[in-house]
Design a protein around this ligand. Structure first.
Ligand SMILES: Cc1cc2nc3c(=O)[nH]c(=O)nc-3n(C[C@H](O)[C@H](O)[C@H](O)COP(=O)(O)OP(=O)(O)OC[C@H]3O[C@@H](n4cnc5c(N)ncnc54)[C@H](O)[C@@H]3O)c2cc1C
Length: 394
C-alpha cells in the first residue's frame, strides 16, 4: 500500500497518545502528522499541584513539543483554521494539509469571556499560569470567604472543582488559618460528578461535609462584579474574598464552522469506533476514516448524559482509533472497540485520594464506584505525570 498520511489535529492528552501509538503501529512510509499550536504541553491535572505549591512552577510541569521522544512523529506548529471532513483537508495558518485519515483531538476551548467579569475577577484553575498565581494569592490570604465557582457545564475533569475545594481546605488547615476561612462551592451540576450517579455524588458531599465545605448546586453564574466582589446567579448572589473559577467550555471554532458540532455543543461520534456520526440515533457513520476523540467528542450515554471530559477517556479512545487506522493501513481486521471504562483519583488533601472506577457504557446507566481516600490512591494519581516521560525527552 502506498504511503498514507494520518493528520492528528491537536497535540494534547488525546492527540499525543494517538500519535505515539500510531507511530508504533505503522511503518515509516506512512506519515503521522500532529498539528498543534502550542509549543509546550502540560497535564491539566498538574494545575492542582501548582495551586497548592506542591509543583514548584509552570516550567517544571511543562514539556517542549519540539522534544517529542518517538522518532517519526511530525509536529506541525500551526493553528488549525478549517476542516473539511469530506476531503480530509485541513486549513492552518501555516498552509493547507491533506490526509488519508483525520483524528480530531482539539479538546474543549475555555471561554472565560463568556461570563461578564469572570476574566478580571476569577483565578482560572484551568490555566497553568493562573493556577500558579493562585498559589501566591493563597500565601497572602489571611482569612475570609473562598468561593470555588464552576461557571458552566460540561467541563473537563468532573472531579477537579471538588478536589480544588478540598485541597484549599487542607491548605488553610496546614497553614493555620482554617478558622478564619469559609469555603463555598457553586456549580450548575445537580450533584457532584452527576454522570457517575447518586452514590458517588453522596460520597463527595460527605467528604465535603467532613471538611466544612458548603456546596450549592443548580447554580449557573450570570455575572461577576469585581468592584463589590459579588457573584450573581439567577436567584441569588454571593460575595467572595478569593474566587477560584472553572470557566465555561466550548468546542473549538474550526469544528463549529465546519458544521461538525451538534446541539450538545460537541462533535457526535460512534461510542465504540469514535467515527463521526450523521445520525446519533441510528449511529450512522458520516465520514469513514475521520475520528474525534477526547474532550471535543460527544458520546451520549444510556442515562442521556455525555461521557465526561477527562484525559483517561481521551487516552483510551486514542488507543482504539490508532489501532483501527493501523489495521486499515496494514490490511488487517479491525481490532477491539472502545468500551467506556474509566477511572479517576479524587484528591481530598492530606496526601489522600479516593479511587473511582466504572463502566460508563453500562445499562441502564454508568456503574461507578468510589473507594475511601487513601495514600495509595494519591500515589497512583501522581503517576499520571509519567506520561510526560513517555512522550517527551527532557
Ligand atoms: C485542573 C485539571 C485537572 C484534571 N485532572 C484530570 C484527571 O485527574 N484525570 C483525567 O483523566 N483528566 C483530568 N483532566 C482533564 C484532562 O486534562 C482533559 O480531559 C484532557 O486533556 C483532554 O484531552 P484532549 O486531547 O481531548 O484535549 P487537550 O488535552 O485539551 O488537547 C487539545 C489540544 O488541541 C490544541 N488546539 C486547540 N485548538 C487548536 C487549533 N485551532 N489549532 C491547533 N491546536 C489546537 C490545544 O492547544 C491542545 O494542546 C484535568 C483537567 C484540568 C484542567
Amino acid at each position: 500500500m502506498a504511503g498514507k498520511t494520518i493528520l492528528i489535529l491537536g497535540g494534547g492528552w488525546g492527540g499525543l497518545t494517538a500519535a505515539h501509538h500510531l507511530r508504533g503501529l505503522v511503518s515509516s512510509e506512512h506519515r503521522v502528522v500532529m498539528i498543534e499550536r502550542s509549543t509546550t504541553f502540560s497535564l491539566g491535572v498538574s494545575n492542582l499541584g501548582l495551586m497548592t505549591g506542591e509543583r514548584e512552577s509552570v516550567r517544571h510541569i511543562q514539556r517542549d513539543m519540539a522534544k517529542l521522544k518517538r522518532p517519526g512523529i511530525e509536529w506541525v506548529h500551526a493553528e488549525v483554521r478549517g476542516v473539511d471532513p469530506a476531503t480530509r483537508a485541513v486549513e492552518t495558518d501555516a498552509g493547507a494539509l491533506a490526509g488519508d485519515y483525520l483524528v480530531l483531538a482539539l479538546g474543549a476551548e475555555l471561554a472565560p469571556d463568556s461570563i461578564s467579569g469572570f476574566a478580571e475577577s476569577a483565578h482560572n484553575l484551568y490555566e497553568a499560569t493562573e493556577a500558579a498565581a493562585l498559589h501566591d494569592e493563597l500565601k497572602r490570604f489571611q482569612g475570609g470567604r473562598i468561593v470555588v465557582l464552576v461557571a458552566g457545564a460540561p467541563f473537563r475533569c468532573p472531579a477537579a472543582p471538588y478536589e480544588a475545594a478540598m485541597l484549599v481546605e487542607a491548605w488553610t488547615r496546614e497553614n493555620g488559618i482554617r478558622d478564619q476561612v469559609e469555603i463555598d462551592l457553586y456549580t450548575p451540576e445537580s450533584i457532584p460528578m452527576a454522570v457517575a450517579g447518586p452514590a458517588v455524588g453522596r460520597a463527595l458531599c460527605a467528604l465535603m461535609d467532613e471538611r466544612r465545605i458548603a456546596y450549592h448546586f443548580n447554580q449557573q453564574v450570570t455575572e461577576i462584579e469585581q468592584a463589590s466582589r459579588t457573584v450573581r446567579f439567577a436567584d441569588e448572589e454571593t460575595s467572595y474574598d478569593l474566587l477560584i473559577g472553572i470557566p465555561p467550555h466550548r468546542a473549538p471554532s474550526p469544528l463549529k464552522q465546519a458544521g461538525l458540532v451538534d446541539p450538545s455543543g460537541y462533535v457526535p461520534v460512534h461510542p465504540q469506533t469514535l467515527e463521526l456520526l450523521s445520525d446519533v440515533n441510528t449511529l450512522e457513520v458520516q465520514y469513514p476514516g475521520v475520528y474525534a476523540i477526547g474532550d471535543v467528542a460527544a458520546i451520549r450515554l444510556l442515562n442521556s448524559m455525555l461521557l465526561p471530559k477527562a484525559g483517561v477517556f481521551a487516552e483510551g479512545e486514542a488507543q482504539v482509533v490508532a489501532a483501527a487506522i493501523a489495521a486499515d493501513i496494514n490490511d488487517q481486521p479491525r481490532p477491539g472497540v472502545y468500551d467506556g471504562n474509566g477511572f479517576c483519583y479524587v484528591e481530598v488533601g492530606d496526601g489522600l485520594a479516593a479511587y473511582g472506577t466504572g463502566n460508563f457504557y453500562a445499562y441502564p446507566a454508568p456503574r461507578v464506584t468510589l473507594e475511601d481516600p487513601s495514600a495509595q490512591g494519591r500515589r497512583a494519581k501522581q503517576e499520571y505525570e509519567q506520561l510526560l516521560d513517555i512522550w517527551f525527552d527532557t
